[in-house]
Design a protein around this ligand. Structure first.
Ligand SMILES: [Zn+2]
Length: 274
């Protein structure tokens, strides 16, 4: 019977295992995943065994979690074992049931609050901090940084339709210097290596939102942060100055070819322009 199930329904005989790449919409995200499926060598028809279907569901959940920045099941298990904790011990520390741990490790997606609790236990030194400047992303604060620069320089940073070619460099310096001097960035933005310099991650989606952002409820910049922007404004007097300076940074030159790579805020310790 088993053999018959593995036959092509179009009568081409036995199907063979193939690695298939797929993409589906899951919780509003396009999630790509790869699974092993049966494929007919003659007509290309794909069919999964029950076990392969279960693997696909796990792969979707894992890739979704990667995409939205939640710990994957594999990561939870890996870090737990690194710390020598049983599932019960982790559950006790995270104040949840052992069954929750079992389910999360096997593909059920945890809520953000649970993810935070797990991270605090499993990976408190999470490298995420090094890439977000030790704070949560605030699009409103990105706008405040831009607005503060505009008070002290003669050029605009908030330009409708702008993609931050120049402004993102001012913001990167402001975040970096704050991280270096105050222990955390101003905006929580993550920066990536792009062809035209350090750039806000996912910038294409962000600038219109930043431009329109209502900043009335945003945590205002502190005096120390304003001072940093004032002093940067004296260095970056012209629109392109931060752009040019960022490209001349020795630390930038080391990473400039790794397109798409996130930029560690630790680069700030070796900045030369500011
Ligand atoms: Zn076939």
């Amino acid at each position: 019977m088993d053999n018959l199930k593995n036959n092509c329904p179009a009568g081409h005989g036995e199907m063979s295992n193939a690695i298939v790449s797929k993409e589906i919409e899951f919780r509003g995200k396009q999630v790509k995943y790869q699974i092993e499926s049966l494929q007919c060598p003659k007509c290309g028809l794909i069919r999964s065994t029950l076990e392969q279907t279960a693997d696909a569901q796990l792969a979707i959940a894992e890739n979704y979690r990667k995409q939205v920045g939640l710990l994957t099941g594999e990561e939870i298990k890996y870090y737990r074992e690194e710390l020598g904790l049983s599932q019960q011990q982790l559950a006790d520390r995270a104040q949840c049931s052992k069954m929750s741990i079992v389910r999360w490790e096997n593909g059920i997606i945890q809520k953000p609050a649970s993810d935070k609790a797990l991270r605090d236990i499993l990976c408190p030194e999470d490298p995420h901090n090094e890439y977000s400047g030790n704070r949560d992303l605030s699009l409103g604060r990105i706008k405040l940084v831009y607005m503060e620069f505009e008070k002290h320089v003669d050029y605009s940073l908030l330009i409708p339709g702008d993609r931050g070619l120049y402004g993102a460099k001012n913001c990167w310096y402001a975040d970096s210097v704050a991280y270096r001097d105050l222990g955390r960035g101003m905006t929580g933005a993550t920066y990536a290596v792009m062809p035209h310099g350090p750039q806000l991650d996912n910038y294409a989606d962000l600038f219109d939102v930043i431009f329109e952002y209502d900043t009335s409820d945003v945590e205002p910049l502190t005096k120390a942060e304003v001072l940093i922007i004032k002093s940067l404004s004296k260095i970056f007097k012209h629109q392109k100055d931060a752009y040019v300076a960022s490209h001349a940074e020795p630390e930038w030159k080391k990473i400039q070819n790794n397109l798409g790579q996130r930029i560690s805020y630790k680069v700030s310790y070796k900045l030369t322009a500011a």
